[in-house]
Design a protein around this ligand. Structure first.
Ligand SMILES: Cc1ncc(COP(=O)(O)O)c(C=O)c1O
Length: 479
């Protein structure tokens, strides 16, 4: 296959300017090194001098002169009318020398876009106020160890390949939990176990969207979702949110897919009202729009119960429900799940086999035990109590800053949004960072609507003492 222009340009630029002899010598050096390192292999055809000149932005005379030199040195063979080829006996790198492979990163157009737009990472060692971090110090490690040891004692069964849809026991446990606790109406056959919400979003984007298909995303909203849909080539349509959640206009053209966080809008914290839920489902059915309901932290609701999931109200089979164990158990477990409309299960499972095959068997088996033996419910009760105290401790500690930092109502979750005076977010964030604090940006979560300056302050991973200490520091950033 012909190599594309960025490959040749990168090769040329990596050689760096030659000490003398200008661009011709730079090109000679670039091609010679590529052949010696095996980046260009014997017999491979090089572009015509006209093409290469256009690709790397030099004159055709320069390329002709460089090709001539390499031919004279025995690196190239040129045949009139046929082209220029790497000579079959061109000197190769000595076999005994360790090769330093410096192959230029020749990326596909998709790869270039992906790398350029940046990924979405969570901090390995979160500082105070990092968003989305659960308290891992409160995790029942000893219990987990015992459950794991029991499986390991049983022999190597769980060391082999597993069901790409997920361990049937875990799927059953997830379906039972969701039907009882979140008002879903599903069976274990509709559950697909994956490694993360991020994988679920990527899979959904891959399976449901074509290039340039419009996708509605809440504005402000979750960057992980925006990344997954944009990486798939979809077109992001930012839809504002108000006190009732997603707020679309009646004359707006309907998209192929809508992603939203209806129980606890990320990052502002409101719930999608029942009136909007009904309207959304009715219109999605009419326009055959898919809805991804990301229920990422509904387990942590502190003031009464959260609203039941949209999926339970969906009569037309348009909702893909998404949940994760990253927050309720621990992030490195790498287990999340989707509840799919029945018709999507088969195609999604097939597609999943082309990604990572299946989720780890041991982790799934232990998680299934943890849920069915009642430990999950007990752990959630404990964490809900701890996190509720911490939210209250944060609200209390922020009170002296009320003239410049305004927390938004937050009935649950691991973090809360707080608004800053317009235009001050960058400077205040820098001042906070200098004091060892992480203050995740609210304004960066907007895709279109007028941006609000603010922070998304994570509190769940901090004890009340740590919250008080971090807030002492925070007070200093705007005295
Ligand atoms: C809205 C939302 N969905 C999903 C996730 C993360 O899920 P996972 O770790 O399973 O990718 C997060 C993490 O902060 C989130 O904020």
């Amino acid at each position: 296959m012909a190599l594309r222009a960025p490959f040749w340009l990168q090769l040329f630029e990596q050689a760096g300017p030659a000490a003398s002899g200008g661009r011709r010598e730079q090109l000679v050096a670039a091609l010679r090194t590529a052949m010696l390192r095996g980046v260009l292999s014997p017999g491979q055809q090089l572009p015509s001098s006209r093409q290469l000149a256009a690709d790397i932005g030099v004159s055709r005379v320069t390329v002709e002169a460089a090709y001539g030199r390499l031919e004279a040195e025995g690196y190239l063979r040129r045949a009139v009318g046929r082209g220029s080829f790497v000579a079959l006996d061109a000197p190769a790198a000595p076999a005994t020398r360790v090769r330093r492979v410096e192959t230029p990163a020749v990326l596909s157009q998709r790869g270039q876009q992906l790398a350029a737009r940046g990924g979405c990472r969570d901090p390995a060692r979160p500082l105070p106020f990092a968003a989305g971090s659960p308290d891992l110090r409160a995790f029942p490690l000893e219990l987990w160890r015992q459950l794991l040891a029991r499986h390991l004692r049983r022999g190597p069964t769980l060391l082999g390949y597993g069901d790409p849809q997920g361990d049937p026991r875990l799927r059953e446990a997830i379906a039972t939990y969701l039907n009882a606790a979140r008002g879903l109406r599903c069976t274990a056959d509709q559950v697909l176990v994956l490694s993360s919400s991020q994988q679920a979003l990527q899979l959904a984007a891959l399976m449901l969207l074509d290039a340039d298909d419009p996708v509605w995303l809440e504005d402000p909203g979750y960057r992980g979702a925006a990344s997954a849909f944009e990486a798939a080539g979809a077109r992001r349509v930012a839809v504002p949110v108000d006190a009732e959640g997603l707020s679309w206009s009646p004359d707006q053209p309907w998209p192929k897919l809508i992603y939203l966080t209806p129980s606890h809008q990320y990052p502002l914290g409101m719930a999608l009202s029942l009136r909007r839920r009904r309207a959304l489902l009715a219109q999605a059915a009419q326009h055959r729009t898919w809805i991804i309901e990301d229920d990422y932290d509904s387990e942590f609701h502190y003031d009464g119960k959260p609203m039941p999931a949209l999926q339970g109200l969906d009569e037309a089979g348009r909702v893909l429900y998404l949940g994760t164990f990253s927050k309720v158990l621990f992030p490195s477990l790498r287990l999340a799940y989707m509840v799919l409309p029945a018709a999507l299960v088969g195609p999604f499972v097939e597609a999943r086999t082309t990604q990572d095959g299946h989720s780890p068997q041991l982790a799934q088996a232990v998680t299934a035990d943890f849920i069915t033996a009642g430990h999950f419910a007990a752990h959630l009760r404990l964490m809900r109590r701890l996190y509720a105290q911490r939210r209250d401790a944060l609200l209390e500690a922020l009170r002296p800053m009320a003239d410049w930092l305004q927390p938004q109502p937050s009935p649950g979750g691991l973090q809360l949004a707080a608004l800053l005076p317009e235009g001050e977010e960058p400077a205040l964030s820098r001042a906070a960072a200098a004091r060892g604090l992480e203050t995740p940006s609210l304004s960066r979560l907007y895709g279109g609507a007028p941006r609000r300056d603010g922070w998304i302050l994570g509190y769940a991973a901090l004890t009340p003492g740590e919250i008080a200490e971090a807030c002492q520091q925070l007070r200093q950033v705007r005295l």
